[in-house]
Design a protein around this ligand. Structure first.
Ligand SMILES: [Fe+2]
Ligand SMILES: [Fe+2]
Length: 237
């Protein structure tokens, strides 16, 4: 039922967006040749896979309350854009990665725009009060405090967040009955997987490879515990 309703609504989104010059076309992301994007990404992958898969119960919670999920998903995309730009603000001397950080922030903002357009078409608003995302809070608590250490940890944490996001968007894509929604979430999966790779590449610009992967393994191991312990809800985390 969700999928049938979503199809018509998504068509309306495309029509709405197509008439708004300032808005990125939602169907542009769904019409990219995703298979070629996946093969390019696979060849350049630097991030590590997550250690434990998401539970089927999480997917059930999302699919049975997709409107609530979209509210959280939109917020996560907006925060991902802010996170990329916060690196630019905090580390203006890291000129080697600033263009890619800006690209990432723009892509995340486009994701926010696309999810918000879906929400508008379904007649739902953004959440009025945004609670703490304990998954992110717990991961942030693992970051060290020295300037260099924190820089490295924040980059690797970003990679883990993106990699988990990619895994979950893939699950949602596979579960969608509506073809447009499935294509949209598949495209998001590819994009977030690419981001998971990019943040490790950024860390490798400044830190020793052995040190980077040792620390990345640390985050991957801890993320597995954190994701297993948080309450399941219709949200990205
Ligand atoms: Fe995104
Ligand atoms: Fe991302």
């Amino acid at each position: 039922m969700e999928g049938e309703q979503g199809g018509g609504q998504l068509y309306n989104v495309v029509q709405f967006v197509a008439h708004t010059h300032s808005i990125h076309l939602i169907n542009s992301i769904t019409q990219h040749p995703i298979s070629s994007q996946i093969s390019i990404f696979a060849a350049m992958k630097l991030n590590l896979d997550i250690a434990v898969p998401s539970k089927p119960e999480w997917l059930d919670a999302v699919m049975s309350d997709f409107n609530s999920f979209l509210q959280d998903h939109a917020d996560c995309e907006r925060k991902a854009s802010s996170m990329a730009m916060s690196f630019v603000a905090k580390y203006p001397n890291r000129v080697e990665i600033i263009p890619e950080l800006i690209d990432t922030a723009v892509e995340e903002l486009q994701h926010f725009q696309q999810v918000y357009a879906m929400m508008e078409a379904r007649g739902i608003q953004l959440e009025h009060s945004i609670g703490k995302d304990m998954y992110v809070v717990n991961l942030m608590n693992l970051c060290r405090h020295g300037r260099e250490e924190r820089f490295m940890d924040r980059l690797l944490l970003a990679s883990v967040l993106e990699t988990r996001g990619a895994e979950r968007f893939r699950m949602i894509a596979d579960a969608q009955e509506d073809a447009e929604y499935a294509r949209f979430y598949k495209a998001l999966w590819v994009s977030e997987a690419k981001h998971g790779h990019i943040f490790v590449k950024m860390a490798l610009n400044y830190f020793d490879k052995t040190e980077v992967y040792k620390r990345l393994e640390f985050f991957i191991e801890n993320e597995a515990e954190i994701i297993s312990e948080i309450d399941i809800r219709a949200a990205l985390h």
